[in-house]
Design a protein around this ligand. Structure first.
Ligand code: PHE
Length: 475
């Protein structure tokens, strides 16, 4: 691929793409959103959306990226007239996501260290406090949160500065398979706790949650749809050009359809596994605590580890390490999509690739946003958006993390995906993707399914998801 440096091997590409998809969205987001949205209903809708929208958008993005061999901005600029601007979403969304993503990554770092402290009965361990208190203390200790958040930004920056094959590929090829096995261990522990079976029922038995008073009434369908939709885009890294950028590194001989399916299946599997690790533990150890929400990964899981004594702390170190691995492999893709654009530009203008310079600049910009989210401590430290902007408090503005999440996952990603499906289905024509997916004698088996979905089903679902999001946040 000319002078543009791509992945060293196909396995490397896959691991990097799976690495981008699998992250905090699966391990932190999926269980907490499934918990907050009634368990079973969310799960089913999520799976349907993954097939009807996730797979379709994934194929579309990989195909467009490989066709042009460029990052998201240039891809849209060179292919379409009406949607030229769409690529810029691919610069803005990752930036907003990185702000809160790195904060959460920092929390995971803190929790790994916490378990090291527990193991050696050091002062930076639990120190005899309950999990909820430990978490609360971390949020209000702004200096500590900032330090961990910025360390996470720095790790991301260093790997991206190392380049696609040197940094991202090497990192993911080892990290991703490890992650799978580490997660298995935690599931076994969680599902063998007494009372864990209720968590399984919450996830898999329709109507169980309402019948047993776990939640008062069945969740509103539209709300579940939009929250599952946002979660799906976020988890699969779609609707913002990441897969366009990664697709641009994909070899022409590769089967796009098969790659998309592998990424989708791995991502969904890891999300389900995270659900199986977290939900049963919540029912076994903290039956009256929050059933969803951002605290689940920290409070509920730490409760699991606390019940197991010394072994638990070792489990805790392994668990948070695996979450960090998954988070880093996603955050590098977020930063890469921003950096790749400027690197392409610089190369084009004959200035060399300047990857290091751009990585540093983009890293610093994200670091500043991360600083704000860390200082906010999930809204507890007096600088939440509604306080800074002097607005009445609502659930979208009571902390910076949710606010940035709402903007990116709630609005920009479904919008990006909606416009992309309209662009492919109605402006460029499905033939563009059909052709790209059938190069070098590859047969595009889901051609008909793809064509119908991208023109009609995906955009309609997307509009519903957006309507649900806007309704939930503003009406
Ligand atoms: N998919 C990642 C996750 O689940 C997050 C992400 C979103 C990464 C968007 C890239 C783009 O954690």
């Amino acid at each position: 691929m000319d002078e543009r440096k791509g992945f060293g091997s196909h396995f490397g590409f896959l691991m990097a793409a799976v690495g981008s998809a699998v992250g905090l969205g699966n391990i932190w987001g999926f269980p907490n959103k499934m918990g907050a949205n009634g368990g079973f209903l969310f799960l089913i809708i999520y799976l349907i959306l993954a097939a009807l929208c996730g797979y379709i958008i994934m194929v579309g993005e990989l195909a467009l990226g490989r066709k042009t061999g460029r990052g998201a901005v240039d891809t849209y600029r060179s292919l379409t007239k009406r949607f030229k601007w769409l690529g810029w979403l691919a610069i803005l969304s990752p930036f907003l996501i990185l702000g809160f993503y790195c904060t959460l990554g920092g929390y995971c770092l803190k929790y790994m260290v916490l378990n090291v402290g527990n193991l050696f009965s050091a002062s930076f361990g639990n120190n005899g406090l309950a999990s909820a208190e430990v978490f609360g203390n971390m949020l209000s200790n702004q200096g500590e949160s900032v330090a961990y958040g910025l360390i996470f930004v720095l790790i991301t920056l260093l790997i991206v500065a190392g380049g696609v094959s040197g940094g991202i590929e090497k990192f993911c090829s080892v990290g991703m398979p490890c992650l799978f096995f580490m997660l298995l261990i935690v599931i076994i522990r969680s599902c063998t706790l007494p009372g864990a079976v209720d968590g399984l029922k919450y996830m898999f038995v329709p109507g169980w949650a309402v019948a047993n008073g776990v939640i008062e009434k069945a969740p509103n369908f539209l709300e579940v749809l939009s929250s599952a939709g946002g979660q799906m885009f976020f988890s699969l890294s779609l609707g913002m050009g990441i897969m366009i950028t990664y697709g641009s590194y994909l070899d022409k001989k590769e089967n796009i359809e098969k790659n998309a399916l592998i990424i989708l299946v791995c991502d969904t599997l890891i999300a389900l596994m995270a659900g199986l690790a977290v939900m049963p533990a919540r029912f076994a150890l903290d039956p009256t605590g929050d059933i969803g929400g951002p605290k689940l990964l920290f409070i509920t899981m730490q409760n699991v580890f606390n019940t197991m004594g010394v072994v638990g702390y070792i489990f805790g170190i392994i668990f948070y390490l695996l979450v960090i691995l998954a988070a880093v492999s996603s955050s590098i893709s977020l930063l890469e999509v921003v950096v790749a654009h400027f690197v392409d530009k610089a190369t084009e203008n004959g200035k060399g690739d300047k990857r290091k310079v751009y990585s540093i600049i983009a890293g610093i910009a994200c670091g500043l946003l991360c600083l704000l989210v860390c200082l906010d401590g999930l809204g507890g430290n007096g600088i939440a958006p509604y306080q800074l902007l002097h607005l009445p408090m609502a659930n979208w503005n009571d902390n910076w993390l949710d606010f940035l999440d709402m903007l990116s996952e709630g609005l920009m990603m479904p919008l990006g995906a909606l416009f992309m499906s309209i662009c492919i289905g109605w402006e460029l024509g499905v033939q563009v993707v059909d052709d790209e997916c059938s190069l070098c004698g590859v047969r595009f088996k889901s051609r008909k399914f793809f064509n119908v979905c991208i023109k009609y089903i995906t955009p309609i679902l997307m509009v519903l998801i957006l309507y649900g999001q806007i309704h939930a946040f503003f009406l």
